[in-house]
Design a protein around this ligand. Structure first.
Ligand SMILES: [Zn+2]
Length: 449
């Protein structure tokens, strides 16, 4: 009997769903959660995943009857994978105060997703100010027929609770937050008071009024760290990149990775190496919340296996298609394959510049610097720019193709004028006035400054 019981307790549930994709996600999520927590929660031998109507306007819900017994998904959820991960996490975290349980489930879901890259996006957070969040300790679910304003309160409560628990996990071992004994507010207070000064700061936030909690759990700069966490790390809660190194606050990129601006601006990742067509691959990762990892749009031919084909010396320039500004966190990219660094392709804060053929390589550095200067001037005249400028040097005529400003050989005679033209063209196109003559006029305005 003991052996049989042991065998049952160690087996993962059999997930059953109409959509085999749902089953696969749940199974991977379960294994990842076992690794994250180090233990396996009770569950029914078979756990159906049903898509249909979920009461209360929820995206999903986990039911517990002798352990995890059923996962329901809202039928039209576009975020099904992410929701399945969250509901599977509730098998470990199903008890205790609502804010604490939901925040702990989100924290565990983050761990599961990071352990299985590609499993699902990180749990959603659009970077909003949580101005409708109830005081964390008084949040309860159960308003199943609530008006819209309460729906806002609930969304803010989910996001605020997740931000609070993620911050708590910076000062307390996360495994203690997912312990089999469960966790209530006094249990958390005990853990925080044993965590030194930073624990005290979080305790004070728990005791604070709702206005303070809303302010401290808002993420004004959308770097994925709420104000309270920025204070713990002594970073600036109003700057996505407090130290100006190009990375968002709290980023933990792998070696060799490059930060991607949230506008998806183009980045040069090297040039094709060798004498024959080179193959390269691009990997994207990071802490982006609010959308799935956005697709990469490389300049270059993409082979069937997803690798990018480059001529020798051809720059690998990649851009990202970010559908919305409602995201938080950040994105990194790294490229591997037959690539080498080259002065013929450069990326700075304002521009990515490359030579279409070898003949203009020596101009790239000069022009990149001139564009940076012209872009600073343009920021004074027209305000901050949207995105980095992509500029290709060489070719017969100056034009804009696929978002890339092409500067012809003739226009390169005077690098400073060429830089002003590139900046003005980029401005004209992003301001919705795609008109080369208007851009030329704007370039003259920059020259006059
Ligand atoms: Zn939940």
């Amino acid at each position: 009997m003991v052996a049989l019981f042991g065998a049952l307790a160690l087996a993962a549930p059999e997930f059953v769903a109409d959509d085999p994709g749902d089953t696969a996600v749940a199974r991977l999520a379960w294994d990842a959660a076992v690794e994250c927590t180090g233990w396996e929660p009770p569950h029914r031998p078979t756990v159906p995943i049903e898509r249909g109507y979920v009461p209360g306007g929820y995206l999903g819900r986990a039911l517990h009857d002798g352990g995890l017994s059923l996962i329901e998904l809202s039928v039209d959820s576009e975020r099904a994978d992410e929701v399945i991960v969250h509901e599977v996490a509730h098998a470990w975290v199903s008890d205790g105060p609502t804010a604490l349980a939901e925040g702990r489930a989100e924290l565990l879901a983050d761990c599961m997703t990071r352990r299985r890259p590609g499993l699902a996006p990180l749990q959603w957070d659009d970077g909003r100010d949580v101005l409708a969040m109830p005081r964390l300790q008084s949040w309860t679910t159960g308003h199943e027929h609530e008006p819209l304003v309460l729906g806002d309160a609930r969304t803010d409560a989910y996001i605020g609770a997740a931000r609070f628990v993620r911050t708590a996990a910076e000062v307390v071992d996360p495994r203690l937050l997912w312990s089999p004994e469960g966790l209530d507010w006094s249990g958390l207070e005990t853990l925080l008071s044993a965590a030194g000064e930073r624990g005290e700061a979080l305790l004070a936030l728990l005791e604070a009024d709702v206005q303070t909690q809303r302010h401290e759990l808002s993420d004004h700069d959308r770097d994925g760290r709420p104000a309270v966490s920025e204070r713990l790390h002594q970073t600036d809660p109003t700057r996505w990149d407090s130290d100006g190194d190009g990375w968002w606050d709290g980023a933990r990129p792998p070696a060799g990775a490059v930060p991607v601006a949230l506008d998806g601006s183009p980045i040069c990742l090297g040039v094709g190496a060798g004498d024959t067509p080179a193959r390269a691959r691009i990997v994207t990762g990071g802490d982006l919340r609010g959308v799935p990892l956005p697709g990469v749009r490389p300049l270059g031919d993409v082979a069937d296996d997803g690798s990018i084909l480059l001529d020798p010396g051809q720059p690998l320039v990649a851009r990202w298609a970010l559908p919305t500004n409602d995201v938080s966190g950040g994105l990194w990219v790294s490229a591997a394959g037959e690539l080498e660094a080259s002065s013929a392709c450069q990326t700075t804060a304002h521009a990515t510049v490359w030579s279409l053929d070898g003949r203009h390589s020596s101009l790239v550095a000069v022009l990149t610097e001139a564009i940076d200067e012209a872009a600073e001037t343009a920021a004074h005249v027209w305000g901050p720019a949207t995105g980095r400028i992509a500029v290709a040097l060489g070719g017969k005529t100056s034009t804009v193709r696929d978002g890339v400003v092409h500067l012809s050989e003739r226009d390169l005679d005077d690098p400073e004028a060429a830089a002003r033209l590139a900046v003005a063209v980029h401005r004209a196109w992003t301001m919705g006035e795609p008109d080369w003559r208007a851009a030329t006029g704007m370039a003259h305005m920059l020259a006059a400054r």
